[in-house]
Design a protein around this ligand. Structure first.
Ligand code: ADP
Ligand code: MG
Length: 553
């Protein structure tokens, strides 16, 4: 379809607003254009968080030389023919606003060559300068370079975060598109260093390796629209309950292959994990929803990050059921998971003990909020807050390698040993972080870690916070890193996952509560796992003088 300016009545129906808020918005729009052009390879290069330069190159359809300038006119698009098309949009772009919006706040150079042409055309646009057009040699496809973003808008620049934050936002955009389009080869380089490289094999698991690491990718469970009779299809990959994360941003949802941010739908995913994850832990999910285009309105938000469904309840239900089915199919292996004490208890009700007022003491910040109450006010959870204190307890024994049984003033207590240990460790990590005095344990034999290019880049960038927590990690040859020292409390814990999650947390935005989540995450990976038999002395230590329990398993 040729590029043409939308008739005013169509343009008037388009959700207006700021398209370019930060470098990541430019990357998002350019990547969407490349995908709409049918690219099979997309290269994204950013310098200084995208503020110095952003380049997105694709091998897609290209643009005719004669249409290059038209592409930068407001509401000029090749993707919508008339008003009716707006009600069933299938392309990522449709309103012809991205290129003109970018050109209004930056210097732009576009080089494009359609397959039928032997040469490319180059268009240079700078604010307050006449456009320059020339002919040049270039491969088939389009490459857009954006320089000096917001250079003339100091007020706008002031609202941006640090270069590292902007870089992370760019990487997040590219990661999401890489997950959603596994058939496309994505390459992201940050200041000349490779940060992400997907193979473009078409297998979503392959793309996931580069974004979340090989181990996570291998553990993911397949979701296939089980049990839905509606015309809403859900498929993708979700993490099993033991592969959880400390943040919610690992739930990626795509509606007709468009990345959307929708709290309610993310909640549908979390809802499916009910009883399977500890509080403050969130699942990893990459889910595609196929919804008939006339049932979803993508024209409600300027950056198209939000969409409106004709029947959101149906979409919610479809997601919840599909994810739950995938989890249940995997469930038998983990029937006695420490993450699900409520399930363990209800599976083996003990009415006699309930009559004597059993209480379940979940003494950890990451323990379940509540355990389903039994009849007559049976088992109850003591609210799990960091400040909560337990009464003096006499340890009686251990049950199922998971709970410590103790006697207290109000009856019997069941203490989730992992949760209790975690609580103790959390306070220690938090304290050491505040005092900037990590207890470090050097490793005689360094531990080698397989990390994705993105994770290796983060290690270089996050050297300071890593060291502040007691990690000493160095790159080692191609594709690997070695861990030479680690926080002492983590010795014997799940070191590998602790490092990976630490990097993920550093990747997040927001300083304040991130520190808290780092401490929680380290504590979780350092804590005694369920299934470990404890001696009575060890249990007493855990209950009374927890500070001496560090790192034991
Ligand atoms: P929209 O994507 O909403 O149509 P844009 O301003 O992003 O609006 O782009 C305007 C037009 O420029 C597109 O409709 C398309 O025809 C053309 N275009 C932009 N980027 C590319 C690209 N990478 N490859 C081919 N055509 C492109
Ligand atoms: Mg576009």
């Amino acid at each position: 379809m040729p590029i043409r300016v939308l008739p005013p009545e169509v343009a008037a129906r388009i959700a207006a607003g700021e398209v370019v808020e930060r470098p990541a918005s430019v990357v998002k729009e350019l990547v969407e254009n490349a995908l709409d052009a049918g690219a099979s390879r997309i290269i994204i290069e950013v310098a200084a968080g995208g503020l110095d330069s952003i380049r997105v190159s694709d091998d897609g359809s290209g643009i005719e030389a004669a249409e290059l300038e038209a592409a930068f006119q407001r509401h000029a698009t090749s993707k919508l023919a008339d008003d009716a098309d707006l009600d069933k949009v299938l392309t990522l772009g449709f309103r012809g606003e991205a290129l003109p919006s970018i050109a209004a706040v930056a210097e732009v150079e576009m080089v494009s060559r359609p397959a039928a042409s032997d040469s490319a055309a180059k268009l240079r646009l700078a604010p307050e300068a006449p456009p320059e057009i020339s002919t040049c040699g270039a491969p088939v496809g389009t490459s857009v370079t954006v320089r000096c973003l917001f250079a003339r808008l100091p007020a706008r620049r002031k609202f941006l975060r640090s270069v590292a934050s902007e870089t992370n936002a760019v990487a997040a955009v590219v990661s999401h598109y890489a997950l959603a389009y596994p058939e496309v080869r994505f390459t992201l380089t940050i200041d000349g260093r490779p940060a992400l490289q997907t193979p473009g094999s078409g297998d979503p698991r392959d793309a996931l390796v580069d974004v979340y690491g090989a181990e996570t990718a291998a553990a993911m469970l397949e979701v296939r629209n089980q049990g839905t009779a509606s015309d809403i299809l859900v498929d993708g990959l979700v993490g099993p309950p033991h592969v959880s994360r400390a943040g919610r941003q690992y739930i990626s949802l795509f509606v007709n292959r468009r990345w959307v941010q929708n709290r309610r739908l993310a909640f549908a995913v979390e809802d499916a994990y009910q009883g399977l994850l500890m509080t403050a832990r969130h699942p990893i999910a990459v889910l595609h929803l196929r919804v008939p285009p006339e049932q979803v309105d993508v024209n409600v938000h300027p950056t198209k990050a939000q969409v409106r469904f004709r029947d959101e309840g149906a979409v919610f239900g479809a997601i919840q059921r599909a994810v739950r089915a995938a989890l249940l199919a995997d469930a038998p292996v983990r029937a006695a998971s420490p993450a699900a004490p409520a399930l363990v208890l209800s599976a083996q009700p003990a009415p006699l003990l309930w009559e004597h007022g059993v209480r379940v003491a979940a003494a950890a910040v990451t323990a379940p909020d509540a355990v389903s109450p039994g009849p007559n006010g049976g088992p109850q959870a003591v609210p799990a807050t960091p400040s909560q204190a337990l009464p003096v307890l006499r340890v009686i024994g251990q049950m199922g390698g998971t709970y410590i049984i103790a006697e207290g003033p109000e009856g019997m207590y069941l203490i989730d040993q992992h949760a209790a240990h975690e609580r103790v460790l959390y306070e220690r990590f938090w304290g050491q972080r505040q005092e900037r005095a990590p207890e470090v344990q050097g490793l005689l034999e360094p531990l080698s870690l397989e990390l994705s290019p993105r994770q290796r880049t983060l290690i270089a960038e996050q050297a300071e916070p890593l060291a502040a927590h007691g990690f000493e990690i160095e790159p080692f040859g191609q594709g690997a890193c070695v861990l030479r020292a680690l926080p002492r409390s983590l010795v014997g814990g799940d070191v590998r996952h602790a490092v990976v999650e630490f990097l993920d947390l550093m990747f997040e935005e927001g300083e304040g509560d991130r520190r808290d989540r780092v401490a929680m995450s380290l504590a979780c990976h350092a804590a005694v796992r369920a299934g470990k038999t404890l001696s009575v002395d060890e249990m007493r230590e855990l209950r009374r003088t927890p500070a001496h329990m560090g790192g034991r398993r």
